[in-house]
Ligand binder design. Sequence first.
Ligand SMILES: [Zn+2]
Length: 290
Amino acid sequence: MNARIGVIGRLLGVLLVAAALVVFALAGTRRLGMLPRRAGDSGPPNLHTGTAVADLGPSGGLDEASGSLPLATGPDAARGPAAATGPGAMPTIVGPVPPAATPVPTPTIDPRRIGLIPGHWGYDSGAVCPDGLYEVDVTVDVALRTQAILETRSIAVDLLEEHDPDTPQAPLQGYRAAALVSLHADSCTPVGASGFRASRWPYSSTPAADDRLLACLYDRYGAATMLPRHDSSITIDMWNYYAFREIHAETPAAIIELAFLGDDREFVDEHRYSMALGIADAISCFLDGG
Ligand SMILES: [Zn+2]
């Protein structure tokens, strides 16, 4: 009897030691699980794929350069939409296809293209001098000379005809360019006045640009011709010039009376190149930001 009890006691002792070892081993596993993971360690398994989730690093997997998640690669990524097919896949709902939007070209202004209106060209003669000189002959001549000078500076010039002021029409209607200048000349009858003057539309959408164009005209045309300014004779026909209302709202514009055909007649006959150079220099000044 005592021997049997001794055997049972040893067995119980062995079982207790084994149980203690199991408890110790479980406690050790839990402690290891609380240790911080080292970089490169695999994390917990992903329940959806059964594969370990890679350590995404401090950015949480975001592409630090673009701020976007990296594109998936590998066989799963290659499947694409084909994975949604099959008996249990959701049917693809096809709705009405919206019409493709017609791309609207962005209007652009050629920064090196300007318009010149030789006053009265294509419409009437303008002032008619007693000796047969027409204002339009002077304005067309100066405009052609100006065009020639500007083209040597890689500035394209549109020569635009005038038309009935009461009927808006092409090419002035909606005309868009880096600038527009209309050239006119003043009275054939000597009135005791000499010089030039320029104006712009007071209701312009580009008043700052118009003022800069005016400043260039006064400065450069005055320097090239040495004619005095005659601002006091600016009339409603100048500042309310019909073309100002027809051209595109973003086209800076001005009108200039080049000289008096009566009192400045000698100058006008002999210095057409200087007149054209003054207009060309004014336009270059404006386009160059002067
Ligand atoms: Zn005129």
